[in-house]
Design a protein around this ligand. Structure first.
Ligand SMILES: *Cc1c(COP(=O)(O)O)cnc(C)c1O
Length: 345
């Protein structure tokens, strides 16, 4: 597969924005006077533009993930990276993507915002991928296949060999959204980015890393794809405060790991408590920090919980999710309150 042929011509032919700091490459230890970017000269910690190459953050994250620094792209949340991917490859009113509902709602929103058709191939009733249907599509101009593993809102991971097979056989870009990978019993496919020309992995600081508020998403792929994404990326999409906070938190990776373990223990505990409730019909197996739970009447149970001050997500209107609530794993105390409240219903 030649990735260049999948890229939009306008993206191929353009140059990226050249910022003031791109022109300068000087020695590091001099006392430099910056009169190149029309910034305010009065130092307050945020008067300078961020590094548009995100060098420090890239070094830390690539080391952490054991990959090369030029295999990383950052976004203002994963959502921005997903949008960049669609804009690199999909011509408006011409190209198409595939998504597998029930899944993350942003793929569809991003496609439609960009004038790109979203072909939906629903998961099978056991939430597994309908590979034959995807590979059997006769439609032309399909550029991207979005897979979410572990999937939101179903919580399951897809089997590695199923994903591998799709990456090999799908005639376009395969994006695997690994937002919940740190809660999964299954390994990340990040090590496959060298092996395949058409694979992009996305991860996020928003879930397991506890930094949803700073908006930092990370994309991993081969250098060729990363270069295209960087080419159209808003140069300063990661702001100074985000970079600073992320570096600080990533310095304390043990704390992050400890919190992941706490969530995994709480997930187990919560399942054992929910199993005892007679209005819960099914608790789906979860590889994420939430549980998808089928109840007798999702609307009713949602309102009852809300009345007691507990907010869950009603996913009933999603295909295959009739009467399903999605419950995020909270702290030990929050989960205790949830169970106590549910027991009273
Ligand atoms: C939460 C979530 C994200 C994270 O998006 P950010 O923009 O990084 O906060 C991405 N994909 C899925 C499937 C999610 O559930």
């Amino acid at each position: 597969m030649n990735i260049d042929t999948l890229v939009r011509n306008n993206v191929k032919n353009m140059s990226s924005y050249s910022s003031a700091r791109d022109d300068y490459s000087g020695g590091a230890n001099k006392n430099l006077i910056y009169l190149d970017a029309n910034e305010s000269p009065f130092e307050n910690g945020i008067n300078r533009y961020p590094d548009n190459k995100h060098k420090n953050l890239k070094t830390v994250i690539s080391k952490n993930k054991n990959i090369n620094v030029n295999q990383v792209v950052f976004g203002n949340g994963t959502d921005e990276i997903l949008d960049l991917i669609v804009r690199v490859f999909c011509n408006p009113n011409e190209d198409k993507i595939i998504t597998l509902p029930p899944t993350y709602g942003m793929y569809d929103v991003i496609a439609k915002t960009n004038g790109v058709e979203n072909i939906e191939i629903p998961l099978k009733s056991d939430f597994s991928i309908d590979t034959d249907k995807i590979l059997g599509l006769k439609t032309s101009n399909i550029k991207i296949l979005f897979l979410c593993s572990p999937n939101n809102p179903t919580g399951n991971s897809f089997e590695i060999n199923v994903l591998d097979n799709l990456i090999k056989k799908f005639n376009g870009i395969v994006v695997i959204d690994e937002a919940y990978i740190d809660f999964s019993s299954q390994k990340s496919l990040i090590n496959h980015i060298d092996k395949y020309e058409n694979l992009i992995i996305t991860q996020t600081m928003s879930k397991a890393y506890g930094m949803a508020g700073i908006r930092l998403g990370v994309g991993f792929s081969n250098q060729k794809i990363i270069n295209y994404l960087n080419k159209i990326k808003p140069p300063y999409n990661i702001n100074v405060l985000t970079e600073r906070k992320a570096l600080k938190e990533l310095n304390n990776i043990d704390e992050i790991k400890k919190n992941i373990d706490l969530v995994l223990n709480q997930r187990k505990l919560l399942i054992s408590c929910l199993e005892k409730l007679d209005f819960i019909d099914k608790i789906y197996k979860s590889d994420a920090n939430f549980l998808l739970v089928k109840v007798d009447n999702a609307g009713l149970r949602y309102s009852q919980l809300l009345e007691k001050g507990i907010i869950v997500r009603n996913r009933s209107n999603q295909p295959l999710c009739q009467n399903c609530l999605r419950i995020t794993i909270g702290t030990e105390n929050e989960n205790k309150s949830l169970i106590k409240t549910l027991n009273q219903l």
